[in-house]
Design a protein around this ligand. Structure first.
Ligand code: ADP
Ligand code: MG
Length: 288
């Protein structure tokens, strides 16, 4: 029997659905599940890892740091992790993501990077207000701040100067002129399998469903499929949540490629069997 594993730290709807999908394929694989919080490792003796975790490990830990460090250990001790360490590092960091998107000719918002209040204000003047300041590592729209003018920028940056050094890396982006929605598309391997609009329903300008954005199915066009693959390919093989905005003047822009993506809203709206596709993808990898 082919054995694969899933590591997690929260059992969300996604993890439950993946376990169910694996049960349905019980003739082909056995899925072992491990709570990351229960795991511990000897860095000098990794001989147990391939035996315990089987041929492929699906990484579903929600905590960014736990996810990354656990993937690092598992991968270096011989497990094939989906998504791998290099992919997790690059997708987990908005700066590295922007650089990779730009290098690969993927349309993406204009973005600047700087490290002090003085240079941030200069960068903001060049970009023009309103603009957006984002932590390079983060999700669910946390600390993604809209800067309407220089006064707002100064007060937000003054706060950031008191925070952990990560928050003094100023990743500043133009505020894209778009309808009050964005797009989340799920890529599994070499296919964009489903997508949704996330529509603002509150006064919050951020459309994350974690902030009350409402999900609505978006049928996949060739254009969307091609762009999502172009955006995710450079990060390697794996499973991704690609975030896009519909810019008024430049068409679709990719602003984020998410690792260990949530997909419950996409699954509910699109009716696409995303957990089944994930398990089939893992089975395929385990055969190679
Ligand atoms: N450049 C931008 N212009 C307009 N809206 C944006 C821009 N960047 C982000 N947003 C909005 O903020 C939300 C969160 O930003 P995002 O970069 O995806 O960070 P997170 O990783 O926290 O989800 C997006 O889903 C979108 O609604
Ligand atoms: Mg996002």
């Amino acid at each position: 029997m082919n054995r694969i594993s899933m590591v997690y730290d929260l059992v969300r709807l996604e993890e439950k659905a993946i376990i169910e999908a694996a049960k349905k394929r019980g003739g082909e694989i056995e899925l072992k599940t491990y709570d990351s919080k229960d795991l511990y490792f000897d860095l000098l003796d990794g001989s147990e890892v391939p035996v315990k975790f089987g041929s492929v490990v699906l990484q579903r830990s929600a905590s960014y740091f736990r996810n990354l460090h656990l993937t690092g250990v598992l991968e270096s001790q011989g497990a094939r992790v989906v998504n791998g360490l290099d992919t997790a590092l690059k997708t987990g960091n908005k700066l590295l993501t922007s650089l990779i998107l730009a290098k690969n000719g993927v349309p993406t918002p204009r973005t600047k990077l700087d490290f002090t209040e003085e240079t941030a204000l200069k960068a903001l003047n060049e970009l023009g207000y309103p603009a957006i300041l984002k932590p390079t590592i983060g999700s669910w729209g946390r600390l993604v701040a809209l800067l309407n003018d220089e006064d707002a920028a100064k007060s937000v940056i003054e706060d950031r100067e008191e925070m952990f050094p990560l928050y003094q890396v100023y990743y500043i982006q133009e505020k894209v002129k778009r309808p009050p929605r964005d797009i989340r598309a799920i890529v599994i391997g070499d296919k964009t399998v489903a997508a949704i609009y996330r529509i603002s329903t509150t006064t919050d300008w951020r459309t994350n469903t974690a902030r009350g954005g409402k999900a609505e199915n978006l049928p996949i066009t060739n254009e969307l499929n091609d762009l999502c693959l172009k955006a995710s390919r450079p990060f390697g093989d794996g499973i991704f949540g690609v975030d896009l905005m519909e810019s008024e003047d430049r068409g679709l822009l990719v602003h984020e490629v998410n690792n260990t993506t949530e997909f419950k809203n996409v699954m509910a709206q699109s009716k696409v069997d995303i957990p089944g596709m994930i398990v089939d993808y893992l089975i395929e990898l385990s055969r190679n």
